[in-house]
Design a protein around this ligand. Structure first.
Ligand SMILES: [Zn+2]
Length: 342
């Protein structure tokens, strides 16, 4: 009775109904990344009664996350909780009737297939392109629907990709942008953007789980929004289909191909080196300018140095970045993703 009452406001909505609710209860959603997007997505899915929700994230919570990452509190930071652990706790408090699993891990080619095994939908709460290509590969390979979402500054985008449907994400964006990408840490983000995009992603995920084209038709559009210029666009996905797309052709380069990044601890030094194929020959002046807004930057044509807390990033023209002040490869990779972008 309590369970019927809990979901009454969505079961009386014809698009869901009692039958849709049963599908949600039987569904398994994997949310990759638990920042601004991931907290909104997982919050919506758990409260809607999705039977099993797995949330994967590699980071700890920092004060500058609280501006937009709605599941986290100051107490979580005092307890030094990883995002996935704090998310699991708060989500389970909101709905004890569903199974919530926080996984503290870097979603990578080595664990991706295992982490999405049995999933009915994968939802993107990430902050970097490279891992999105990995989701695209693993989703296509295993025939799992997935929902993409990205947010930065005042703008965001989202689209849903169904197995066998074209285009895929890689048809639209052929490779990670050369020269690093803007991230929320370098370009900032207005909190409303990930909240809108995350909510749209969650709605598509619910429709995918309900799996009824009449009752809950999944969007075939790429939605692009900007909350500062107040523009909302819906572009049909179909024209983006690319006949040369390796992923659609069954070649999963991000899952099985040669790694595009290499992370190595530097022997005898308190430093980690990251090599990124997409960063070879990147315009250092541009990166220097971006980082200068956040702190002191020193640089030349060959190299840019930027300090972040106790670590220092030394970014080279040839695709290498050395993160000084740590031997922790995960931390180095996280800092790289935040400040250089991958
Ligand atoms: Zn494709």
């Amino acid at each position: 009775m309590e369970e019927l009452d809990r979901y009454s406001r969505q079961t009386i909505f014809p698009g869901i109904g009692p039958e849709g609710q049963r599908k949600l209860a039987a569904g398994f959603a994997v949310v990759v990344g638990c920042g601004a997007l991931g907290t909104i997505i997982s919050n919506a899915l758990v409260r809607a009664g999705v039977g099993r929700v797995r949330v994967i994230d590699r980071d700890f919570i920092e004060y500058h996350n609280l501006q937009r990452q709605v599941l986290f509190t100051e107490c979580d930071i005092e307890e030094n909780l990883p995002k996935a652990t704090a998310a699991e706790r708060h989500l389970q408090e909101a709905n004890s009737a569903v199974q919530v699993e926080g996984v503290v891990a870097d979603f990578s080619r080595t664990n991706a297939e295992k982490l999405v095994e049995g999933a009915d939908v994968i939802v993107d709460g990430l902050d970097n392109f490279e891992t999105r290509f990995l989701i695209n590969d693993v989703a296509l390979k295993h025939g799992i629907p997935w929902v993409y979402g990205g947010a930065i500054g005042s703008s965001g985008m989202t689209a849903a990709f169904l197995p066998g449907g074209r285009p895929c994400f890689r048809c639209i964006v052929s490779s990670p942008p050369a020269g690093g990408t803007l991230t929320c840490d370098t370009a900032g983000v207005v909190n409303a953007v990930p909240w809108i995009i995350g909510s749209l992603e969650a709605a598509e995920a619910l429709k995918i789980l309900i799996g009824d084209e009449h009752r809950a038709p999944v969007s075939r559009d790429l939605v692009v929004i900007d909350v500062w210029t107040r523009s909302f666009e819906s572009l049909p996905l179909a024209p983006f289909a690319n006949d040369d797309c390796p992923a659609c052709g069954g070649t999963y380069e991000f899952l099985q191909g040669r790694p595009r990044t290499r992370v190595t601890s530097l022997c005898g030094q308190n430093a980690v080196q990251i090599w990124n194929a997409a960063a070879v020959g990147m315009p250092l002046a541009q990166i220097g300018e971006r980082l200068a807004a956040l702190g002191p930057v020193e640089g030349s044509e060959q190299m840019v140095r930027f300090s972040v807390g106790e670590q220092e990033l030394v970014i080279f023209y040839d695709g290498r970045t050395i993160v000084r002040g740590t031997r922790d490869e995960k931390l180095a990779r996280a800092l790289y993703a935040k400040y250089v972008g991958m």
